[in-house]
Design a protein around this ligand. Sequence first.
Ligand code: ADP
Length: 743
Amino acid sequence: MFLTIHDYEFIHSPGSIQPHGVLLALSPSEFRILQVSNNTENYLGIKAKDLLGQLLSSFLDKAQLELIQHYSLSESEGVNYIKLYWRGREREECFDGFVHRIADTVILELEPAVCEAQVNFLELANMVREAIAKLKRTSTLKEFLQLAAREVRKITNFDRVMVYQFDAQGAGEVIAEAKQKELSPSYLGLHYPATDIPQAARELYRRSLVRVVPNLQAAASELIAMDNSQTSSHQLDLSLSVLRSIHPCCVEFHQNMGTAAIVVISLIKNDELWGLISCHHRTPKNISIELRGACELLGQFVSSELANKVIQEEVDYKVKLESLRSEIIESISQAQNFIDALIQPEPRLLELVGALGAAVCLDGEITLVGATPTLEEVEELIDWAHSRVKDNLFYTDSLPKLYPKAKTFKDTACGLLLLQISQIKRYYILWFRPEVLQTVDWAGNPYESIKIAADGSVSICPRQSFAKWEEIVRYTSLPWLAPEIDSACALKNAIVGIVLQKAEEIRKLNQDLELSNQELASFAYAASHDLKEPLRGIYNYSTILLEDYASLVDEDRIDYIQTILSLSVQMETLINTLLRLSQLGKAELHLQATDLNQLLQQVIEVLNASYQQVNFEIRIPRFLPTVRCDPVLVGEVFANLITNALKYNDKAQKWVEIGYLDREGEEGMPPVTFYVKDNGIGIQQHHLETIFKLFKRLHSQQKYGGGTGAGLAIAKKIVERHGGRIWVESVVGEGSTFYFTLG
Ligand code: ADP
């Protein structure tokens, strides 16, 4: 509803009251009647104009006047309840009275005492006590408010009692409801825009804790003032008046719901209006002053307990988020795959901050969870949000207002909470919330009751306010709460902690590995070095034996000695290989720019000398590059590979091709890959890796000229010392190609 200044004044000073009682505005000390409602004849038997100017003492006895005096001076804001006996013309009549002072005026309101069989005071006291005891035993806020609705309904006997909570903008939601079984529909979960109960009305609810409207349709009674009165009836501030007439909008609002009578109990938290307990009845219905008092008391109890329950609720929520976070962290710290641990199970990551969608971005790889914009949209969004990150975070509940492109995906991401995990790498977690309009259940069709008169004027009505509200909340999501933001920050710290811990573990492992490598190398060196000594002895003594005793012993024994000799030669070769390998691990590389064409030339010359009898061809299709390497060692790699290519070759016309692959070694490209290709016997698929192991041979010593099985292990070691790698591809019977890089 669009309230103008006029409406605001109307709410405070309508100049009229509800007709189920009378109002007397009195001068402060002598209690002269300055203003009065024009319905006094119905209740007091005296015409309103006859009352004006009279002293209250003409109608009430001294004790009652003193009581009114006492209450009118009371410091506390709000009305005071009092039983009064009015001396009418015929007899004394009992009234429920309400006294308060506003500015310089004392206001006395009288309602005929409701004597019918409503519950009596003691019964009421018991009911309230019982209700309080039950309310105290509830644990959650929801349970508490649901019970409050039920207990208020029990006490008031109204058809429907709802607890209505305001959000920060003043919009409301029905969060608890107790109603007569056959009454439908339920209003539970329905939302109302802020303007349905405008600020001015909310302020009045904050100040007076119980509002009773026994008959929404009853015509108001006007106030009339003494001719010489200082204030006109329309200036009289009725903010705290219990009989204050009701705004036509409010009447319409409730009539739309089929309500004829209402009692509204204010719920106050930290001096602010937190919500309302709203009681509706389908037929006119009043409540006694005792019942009103009971409602007020119960309302006050609910209000004071509310603060605890809300705090408890927040604490519970925090604890829930913390436990979700610990679960995620535990999964991450144990998992091989970071992403899987983070997003499985999916709801966990979303619940961590109360989102409906999330995106995890690790460099170029984005994983989406729940309701999210598209991959491309998320990517663009990260680019945009990147510069807005502060303290690893960026969040907003109105993304489209800052980033207009988000309008296209407002249904998934009006709210964004972005967490930056690394400042160096593009690592982010983004959480999304949809536009609040999409998530809210509206009380009826919000546009239904807009009324446009024949002359085109739009009449004020509650639902017109929806458009206004819609405008306010368009492109916004529910706000991110402090515990949710904290939760995201804590997740980041934990992830960083895990990464650091893992890095430390890896560093330690590397250190240990390095140490044991060194130990192994020096052991191998020492062992092979020391073994050579006795071996030489065995060899020498066997030679002596053979020379000196060859003529004295039989052939078998000579064979034995010769076997000892050849075994010791073989063993020396093995030991030398070990020594070579351990030296390779330790020795410094003599890196220099090396023209591989020259290097290869030298290697081939040596080979030609040893393979004079063999028919082979060495092909070098194009010039090789100049690279930075240790020429002696790389020469050994080529020699090894070329020798093998010729050795393991049963073709009549053997050839070996040496070259390198195209488009590599340029800037941003992988290092040059060299190859040595042959038309030899080939290697079976399952041996392609094992042949690089030390002493691993695929053939007996008798075949293909024998060997130690160390050549490829040494080549591998050399290549790895250069930071490169070596591998082979092969087709049995056709040939093999060995590839290697040099870092
Ligand atoms: P060795 O040649 O002394 O046996 P290597 O370490 O050089 O030891 O080679 C290991 C094994 O790999 C060889 O015994 C051989 O079976 C196989 N091999 C090596 N190069 C080739 C090749 N070009 N073609 C086929 N088999 C090969």
